[in-house]
Design a protein around this ligand. Structure first.
Ligand code: PLP
Length: 425
C-alpha cells in the first residue's frame, strides 16, 4: 500500500493534489511520500521484532538528504557504498555507529574517511581489500570492525544486472573458501572480525533464494565459531522486491521475509542487520511528467512526454515496467488504446513502454510513473542537457522541494574552457 491515491478523480500524494505541485515546480519531477517511507521502514523493523537488529537503509536506492534525515529520525542505520554516500550519511545526521560500508572497490581514501569519522562495520569483499584496510587502520592506530561478504552461489532469480549471489558475479568471496579467508583476516593486525555479510541481489520476488543463502550463512556461522571466530553479527543484505505491476502476483511481505530470517539464523544469538533499499523507497515515489505531443505513426501512436530516459533509466536499462497512470483519472468505462510512451531524447532506447493500453490524452495532460522512488532520481543524468529534475517530499498537507532544478547557467558553467581555446570563438 502507498499514499498515491485518487481523490475526486485527481491523483494525490498524501493530502496534496499532484497538479498543485506541478504548478509550483514545473514538470517533470519526482515526489515522495513521508507516510509511505515511514511505513515501509517500520514494516522491516517490526518484521525483526524479538531479534537484536538494525535496519540499515541502503541509500543507493534514494539518497536525497531529506529522505536520509527521515530515516535517521526513525532510528534506521544506513548502508553506504562510496565515500560520497558516507558523507551524505554524516550530513543527514547518522552517527558512525549506524553506518555500514559495503561495496566491492573501497579505496584507501574511503577507508580513512570512515575510520576517522566513525563506522559500524566494513563489509569486506576480497583479500586485497582486507589487507589494505588492515594497513590503513594500523597506520591510523585503530582497529576496523569487519564482516566478510560471502558469495553463497545462490540464484536470486532476478534480472541478470542486479543478481549478485552467483559464483560468476564480482561480489564477495566464494563461501567454499570462507574458512581460509576468515583465518587470513584474523591474522591481520588492523582488523576485528565480527560477523558475516551476504547480499544476493535486488528485486527478489521469491523467498526461496533468501532461505537458501541464509541457511548457508547459519552453517558457516557454526563452522567459523568452531574455528575460534567470535561471529556475533550477521548482515543479511537487502533485495526484497516490490510490485511494479499491480496486476501481477504481489511479492512476499517484509513480515514473511522476517520469518525466513528467524527460521534460518534466529537461534544463533547474533545481532541481525538487513539493508533494504528498494522496498523502502520504491513505492514511496512517483515521477510526474507532462504530455508534449500525441503523435500518430504508421500503425502505432506515440505519447511524447517531457520526462525521458535520463530522468528514469530503469525501462531502458533493465527493460523495467512502471505502471503509468493519468493524473486526472479517466471516467469509468473509458476505452483504452495501446500507445508507445517515449521521451524526447534522441535515441530509440528512450522508450518507457510499448503498446501500453492508456486512456486518450492530449498535450498538457499530466501522467505519473508509479514505483519510481528507488533507483530513479539517483540514476538520473543530464544527457541531452536536460537538467536533473526536482525532487519533492510530501508530508500530509505539506510539500517541499528537497532538490531544486538546476538552471541552465549552472549546468553550462560547470564546464570550463582551457586557456588555449579562450578567445578562439
Ligand atoms: C543494492 C544493495 C542493497 C539494497 O538492495 P535493494 O534491492 O534496494 O533492497 C543492499 N545491500 C547491498 C550490499 C547492495 O549492493
Amino acid at each position: 500500500m502507498d499514499h498515491f491515491l485518487y481523490r475526486d478523480g485527481i491523483l494525490h500524494a498524501e493530502d496534496v493534489a499532484i497538479p498543485e505541485i506541478a504548478a509550483a515546480v514545473g514538470t517533470p519531477f519526482y515526489v515522495y511520500s513521508t507516510a509511505t517511507l515511514t511505513r515501509h521502514f517500520r514494516l522491516f523493523d517490526e518484521a525483526l521484532a524479538g531479534l537484536d537488529h538494525l535496519v540499515c537503509y541502503a541509500m543507493k536506492a534514494n539518497s536525497n538528504q531529506a529522505v536520509l534525515r527521515l530515516m535517521a529520525s526513525l532510528g534506521a542505520g544506513v548502508d553506504v557504498v562510496s565515500g560520497g554516500e558516507y558523507r551524505r550519511a554524516k550530513a543527514a545526521g547518522f552517527t558512525g555507529d549506524r553506518i555500514v560500508f559495503s561495496g566491492v572497490g573501497k579505496t584507501a581514501e574511503e577507508m580513512e574517511l570512515s575510520l576517522t569519522g566513525g563506522i559500524r562495520q566494513f563489509n569486506v569483499e576480497s583479500e586485497p581489500e582486507m589487507e589494505l584496510l588492515s594497513e590503513v587502520a594500523s597506520r591510523l592506530g585503530v582497529v576496523a570492525p569487519i564482516t566478510i561478504r560471502v558469495n553463497p552461489d545462490v540464484d536470486a532469480k532476478t534480472h541478470e544486472k542486479i543478481a549478485t549471489g552467483k559464483s560468476e558475479n564480482k561480489f564477495g568471496i566464494p563461501i567454499s573458501r570462507a574458512r581460509e579467508v576468515y583465518a587470513h583476516a584474523a591474522s591481520l593486525p588492523g582488523l576485528e572480525v565480527i560477523g558475516i555479510d551476504v547480499h544476493i541481489g535486488s528485486q527478489l520476488t521469491d523467498l526461496e533464494p533468501f532461505e537458501l543463502a541464509y541457511t548457508k550463512v547459519a552453517e558457516l556461522t557454526r563452522e567459523l565459531r568452531v574455528d575460534g571466530h567470535d561471529i556475533r553479527r550477521l548482515d543479511l543484505g537487502g533485495g526484497l522486491g516490490i510490485p511494479y505491476e499491480r496486476s501481477n502476483k504481489a511479492p512476499p511481505l517484509p513480515m514473511e521475509y522476517g520469518e525466513v530470517i528467524k527460521r534460518t539464523v534466529g537461534d544463533l544469538g547474533c545481532e541481525i542487520e538487513i539493508e533494504p533499499g528498494r522496498l523502502i523507497a520504491g513505492n514511496s515515489g512517483i515521477l510526474v511528467s507532462s504530455v508534449i505531443y500525441v503523435k500518430s505513426g504508421e500503425g502505432r501512436d506515440f505519447l511524447i512526454l517531457d520526462a525521458a530516459m535520463n530522468d528514469l533509466i530503469r525501462p531502458a536499462m533493465y527493460g523495467a515496467w512502471h505502471d503509468i497512470v493519468p493524473v486526472k483519472e479517466a471516467p469509468a468505462g473509458t476505452e483504452l488504446h495501446p500507445i508507445d510512451v517515449v521521451g524526447p531524447v534522441c535515441e530509440t532506447g528512450d522508450t518507457f513502454t510499448r503498446q501500453r493500453p492508456l486512456p486518450p490524452m492530449v498535450s498538457g495532460d499530466l501522467v505519473a510513473f508509479r514505483s519510481a522512488g528507488a533507483y530513479g532520481a539517483v540514476m538520473a543524468s543530464e544527457y541531452n542537457t536536460r537538467p536533473l529534475i526536482p525532487e519533492v517530499l510530501v508530508h500530509g498537507h505539506q510539500f517541499a522541494v528537497i532538490r531544486s532544478r538546476p538552471t541552465f547557467d549552472e549546468i553550462i558553467n560547470r564546464d570550463t574552457i582551457p586557456q588555449w581555446l579562450e578567445g578562439s570563438a
